[in-house]
Design a binder for this molecule. Sequence first.
Ligand code: IPD
Ligand code: CA
Ligand code: CA
Length: 298
Amino acid sequence: NAILLQLIVFKAFYKEKAALICKIKTNGILYLCGMLKTTLLNAVNAGANEIRRYYNGSFTISNKEGINNLVTEADHASEKAIFDVIKKEFPNHFILSEETGEIVTNSEYKWIIDPIDGTVNFANGIPLCCVSIGVEHNGKMVLGAVYAPILNEMYFAETKKGATLNDKKIQVSNKQELVNSCLVTGFPYTYLDSPNGPLQIFEKLIRCGIPVRRLGSAAIDLCWVAAGRFDGFYEHKLAAWDSAAGFLLVKEAGGKITDFKGNDFSPYQPHILATNGKIHEQLQAVVNGAQVKNASSL
Ligand code: IPD
Ligand code: CA
Ligand code: CA
């Protein structure tokens, strides 16, 4: 009887799997996309719950490479909660995540995860922190979600379907001139000085009276370009998990995103230039050493 029961359970399990595969084949990408999207939203929510749980509470903090490059107990808790959600639905998918590194498989799908972007903010009780997850299919970013739970802002983008903030469509700004723009940047933990390095470019822009903010979360910087709050963002040394989701947000909100040379952006190289498209060439020139046009220096 026990063997018979096992056989029935086994058959039912495979019938369900077979039905699922069948459904995927029938409805094609649509069905799988639905599952991917649901899993992505569940995963960012699971990570965000950990941010909420630890925010302003007590947690252990340790240092990574460089000074004040922190990792907290909450980063690990968020990463674990995210992994649990993804692995339950897609145990064979490839994962690249900041605190764990790569979980290599031969899947066409890759989840690129920053369990907390803006850890220094988080550790200081500054609400500019988020979970950021991008999903690649065969090397192309197809889904991205950034959830900043303390701000209650959920950003989501799906390739060719636009970008949203809390389910409302968002678009990049319409600013035409760099001199009138509001920009954001970030500074790496370990490298600042070099010709056209982060400090030189920052100085050049602010000496022209251009506001350049520094939020401390690259994923939020990108989402705020997508939402039209900033006209442009540049940074010199990002990792794939910082930019994967925000990259798609900017693209889908009608913006432009490249490396410093103007090549199509890849999250696997460090330089990022993301704008509303209109000021892109002007900002690109400045990042590469030019002076700001039509500006008087302060
Ligand atoms: C950092 C933030 C910051 C950027 C750093 C990143 P983390 O990520 O995105 O804005 O300037 O380069 O490392 O360490 O908070 O996940
Ligand atoms: Ca990060
Ligand atoms: Ca992080």
